[in-house]
Ligand binder design. Structure first.
Ligand code: PEP
Ligand code: MN
Length: 355
């Protein structure tokens, strides 16, 4: 995917962040028009609204359907904003194109399904329109890249990705865990692909939109897609995470956009230090694995099981507390330890299998 084109539409400022805003769902003509007018006044140039809503369970609000596309057309005619909506089937693609929607996005439940992605890709064959692909609900980078490839193979060159977080069983702070390393790795593999962040669906709460947006800008994301509703408390879907157009303008206005292209001498020195520390870390990890293999040999000779639950719990507990004292988050330390432990177990399994 080396010949991607910018997703920029005429009249859109190339400065970061590329901003898309609008309600989670189009509900009524009045709600769409009111929200759109206020957003246009705040300077928003691309208006989003879900017309078909994928709900986790039946019975929720499943979107107004094709009727809402008429309202999007009206938004464009009256405010001059571009419009964007989610498509999940070939029929959605045809309908959205028929009504002149300017940007299509593919939702997280859809990008997780290669059959649905292929159906959408086939419907897009020969069409020139910007398409944004949200990450699949599960943290699977290959599945996300595969979804992007299907759209690319249909001939779409104005392609982008949206990071909306990953679902997890254990919902604490976030509705969907950011797992920033996944979009960062996506950028490393496909440097020409613009990536937007969706802080609304990551956070699930209004208060998290500002800090998540800032984080995305600090990580050099290209843009933001934020849910905004004229009356968020009474929204028919995702009420807790929507903000009024005024609040949205405040959030965006307060973002600090740092010039990431500038690499000063100091920065390169610091980077050198990081490289060295990473080398040390790798050498230490390799040493730890060697010791782990020795333990594996011992366990094998003494007919002991690989997993020593109590010892593992003890290590987790001690190190997490130690890390917290050293100013690192407990969650971070736990993730690192679990990964190290998994790799240790893999080494010991190898030892066990040898005869
Ligand atoms: C949405 O953007 O309203 C939406 C349904 O998002 P996601 O696919 O990320 O859940
Ligand atoms: Mn939503």
């Amino acid at each position: 995917m080396t010949d991607l084109q910018p997703i920029l539409l005429p009249g859109i400022d190339p400065k970061r962040p590329l901003l898309i805003a609008g309600p989670c769902s189009a509900e009524t003509e009045e709600q769409v028009m009111n929200t759109a007018r206020s957003l246009a006044e705040c300077g928003v140039k691309i208006f989003r609204a879900g017309i078909w809503k994928p709900r986790t369970k039946p019975g929720g609000f499943e979107g107004v359907g094709t009727e809402g596309l008429r309202w999007l057309k009206e938004v464009k005619a009256e405010t001059g904003m571009y419009t964007a909506t989610e498509v999940a089937t070939a029929k959605h693609v045809f309908e959205a194109l028929k009504y002149g929607v300017d940007i299509l996005w593919i939702g997280a439940r859809t990008s997780a399904n290669p059959f649905a992605m292929q159906e959408i890709a086939d419907a897009l064959e020969g069409v020139d329109i910007p398409v944004l692909v949200k990450n699949p609900v599960n943290p699977d980078l290959e599945l996300w890249i595969g979804a992007l490839q299907r759209i690319y193979n249909a001939g779409i060159r104005r392609l982008g990705a949206i990071h909306r977080g990953f679902s997890s069983y254990d919902k604490k702070l976030y509705r969907n865990l950011p797992q920033w390393h996944i979009p960062i790795e996506l950028h490393r593999q496909l440097p020409g692909l613009p990536i937007l962040c969706d802080p609304s669906h990551i956070g699930g709460k209004r208060e998290l939109i500002a800090p998540l947006s800032q984080q995305a800008m600090d990580l050099n994301f290209d843009g933001l897609i934020i849910e905004s509703h004229c009356d968020p408390d009474h929204a028919w879907s995702d009420a807790a995470q929507q903000v009024t157009p005024d609040v949205l303008a405040l959030i965006v206005g307060n973002l600090v956009i740092r010039d990431t292209k500038q690499t000063t001498e100091n920065l390169s020195l610091l980077r050198k230090q990081i490289d060295e520390i990473d080398n040390d870390l790798l050498a230490l990890l390799a040493r730890r694995m060697r010791v782990s293999r020795e333990i594996g040999t011992y366990k094998k000779e003494h007919n002991m099981p690989i997993l020593q639950e109590q010892r593992y719990e003890e290590i987790l507990h001690k190190r997490v507390a130690q890390a917290a004292e050293m100013g690192m988050s407990e969650d971070f330390m736990r993730t690192v330890l679990v990964a190290i432990h998994e790799e240790s177990v893999r080494h010991q399994m190898e030892i066990m299998k040898q005869d």
